[in-house]
Design a protein around this ligand. Structure first.
Ligand code: ADP
Ligand code: MG
Length: 506
């Protein structure tokens, strides 16, 4: 990047107090004209490069309704539809945009942002991103695309999404991860076959794919085949059907690394097991690497004994459920992959309440990302709790919930109650005790008062003092109001209950 290049934000077009954004939509921003063809082309070219650098959701959210509004003497004026975009672009996209703009047009020296509310939803002045950047369905579905390696052998593409670097190592998967690394260093060596087992959604496929990709990266000419046991079975069935078993065998012998995911599904399929047994032996004798996964250890599989004993010759490692710290680390990693900066409290809440497997952790995170990208709302603990209950992952009912069962049984302090409520509703402690009467603050304040009274037995006078020297009748009023709300709003009761559980008051 040109070192002298700078990025400046022009003063935003401030919204007059009391006017809503929609009112302002009618009012155009500083530059009204329809963009010239060259601006449109230049912006399209820049957008095309930007699109490849971020998740599609993010790209569409933050680059729709944007346009180049001027380009003179190296100064590229980029129009944004709303003031919120300005902060966001300044923080996240300015360097990237400048770099890309310079690749396309080396004369660009600076990027100047300006907010022009007239761009919003104005097809004449902006580019239709959905039309120019249609969703490439296949592109984002790793593991779905198939490639033909040699006549007859098909492998699921090894997804670049799964790497050994972005796999978070914890006590639950340390051995499995180390074994995969060892196999990458020496395919067909000591750890052959490598057999990984464990429950659903705990990272087996991730490790298998990552190991395959790494070997392929180190040995680009190697034939690395990743198949699920269903694919393998289908190939066997097809070959049998068309009398092409010999070809099948010949072809599989050219494979250098054979990865079969979820091998448990060849249980009760005698012919497939037999063919697999021969393929296994051939490859094994030639020191080709074999990697397998299953939902249980080899000895518990419903497979021929001779197969089970072959599996036991190599390295067997399990992946189990991650503990709280690993769950939190995984969430941080995934949030970073999504380029989303979630509040620490929100991540902790998810890590505490979603304990079954990593796939569910990811599911909740994806919902949070959607909330963020599509609605431009920063997810709060409250929003996450809502999502969880919609997905029937009720934090109040989950028996496996480590976070809750280990919650301290001692009485919380007033400060802890305040902190729990403030975290849940994303309201600052200052606001809780301050004077504001907006609903978003009033409600958490009333709830904190109510919990203080209920669990700490605080008097209305004392509560008044603790909440910014309020009069005790004000506190009484607040308590009455919240009691009324409890009667009419079961959702609110649930929310309070969640906070109580978090405080160990269940
Ligand atoms: P399995 O094959 O065991 O059912 P997957 O490998 O499909 O599980 O894992 C489910 C999801 O969880 C994947 O998106 C994977 O990337 C993620 N995942 C699981 N464990 C980890 C981990 N330790 N670090 C990062 N991501 C993980
Ligand atoms: Mg899997």
């Amino acid at each position: 990047m040109n070192p002298s290049a700078t990025i400046t934000a022009l003063p935003t077009v401030a919204l007059p107090a009391g006017r809503s954004l929609s009112e302002d939509r009618a009012k155009a921003g500083p530059i009204q004209s329809v963009p010239s063809a060259s601006s449109t082309d230049l912006w399209l070219e820049i957008l095309r490069k930007l699109e490849s650098k971020m998740p599609r959701g993010q790209f569409i959210t933050w680059f729709k309704n944007t346009m180049i509004l001027g380009n003179e003497e190296g100064e590229l004026i980029v129009g944004l539809p709303l003031p919120t975009y300005l902060t966001w672009h300044m923080e996240h996209y300015r360097v990237m945009t400048l770099e890309v703009a310079q690749e396309v047009d080396p004369s660009v020296r600076r990027i100047v942002y300006t907010v022009d509310t007239g761009l919003k939803d104005n097809p004449e002045r902006t580019i239709d991103l959905l039309e120019h950047f249609p969703e490439l369905k296949k592109r984002k579905l790793p593991g779905r695309q198939e490639i033909k390696l040699a006549e007859g052998i098909v492998t699921k593409i090894l997804s670049t999404k799964y790497t050994l670097e972005n796999f978070v190592v914890g006590t639950n998967n340390r051995l499995a991860h180390a074994a995969c690394l060892a196999v990458c260093n020496e395919p067909g060596g000591k750890y052959n076959p490598l057999f990984l087992y464990g429950g659903v959604g705990l990272g087996k496929t991730h490790l298998l794919q990552a190991t395959g990709s790494t070997i392929l990266k180190n040995h680009p000419r190697a034939t690395v085949v990743y198949v699920t046991s269903e694919d393998f079975t289908n190939q066997v069935v097809e070959s049998v059907q068309h009398g092409k078993m010999e070809q099948f065998n010949r072809r599989y012998r050219t494979v250098d690394v054979l990865i079969i995911d979820d091998i448990q599904f060849i249980a009760n399929k005698e012919r497939t097991q037999e063919i697999f047994f021969h393929t296994f032996n051939t490859l094994y004798e030639e020191h080709k690497q074999i990697i397998l996964s299953a939902d249980r250890p080899p000895q518990e599989l419903q497979l021929e004994d001779r197969l089970k004993s072959r599996f036991a010759r190599g390295m067997i490692a399990d992946v189990s459920k991650p503990d709280y710290e690993t769950r939190l680390a995984i969430l941080r990693e995934k949030a970073a992959e999504h380029h989303i900066f979630l509040d620490g409290g929100v991540l902790e809440f998810i890590a505490q309440h979603v304990t079954r497997n990593v796939r569910e952790l990811e599911g909740i995170l994806t919902q949070a990302v959607a909330l963020y990208e599509l609605e431009q709302r920063m997810p709060t603990v409250r929003a996450i709790a809502e999502i969880m209950s919609k997905l029937s992952m009720d934090p109040l009912k989950d028996e496996e919930n480590v976070g809750f069962t280990q919650a301290p049984k001692r009485r919380p302090t007033f400060q802890e109650i305040m902190e729990a409520v403030s975290r849940y509703y994303s309201v600052s402690l200052q606001d809780m005790t301050g004077a504001s009467r907006v609903r978003e603050i009033l409600l958490p304040r009333q709830i904190a008062m109510c919990l203080g009274k209920k669990h700490l037995g605080l008097s209305t006078t004392r509560l008044g003092e603790l909440f910014g020297n309020r009069d005790h009748t004000t506190v009484m009023n607040a308590l009455e109001k919240i009691e009324e709300k409890f009667h009419s709003d079961p959702q609110l009761l649930r929310e309070v209950r969640t906070i109580e559980v978090e405080l160990g008051l269940a």
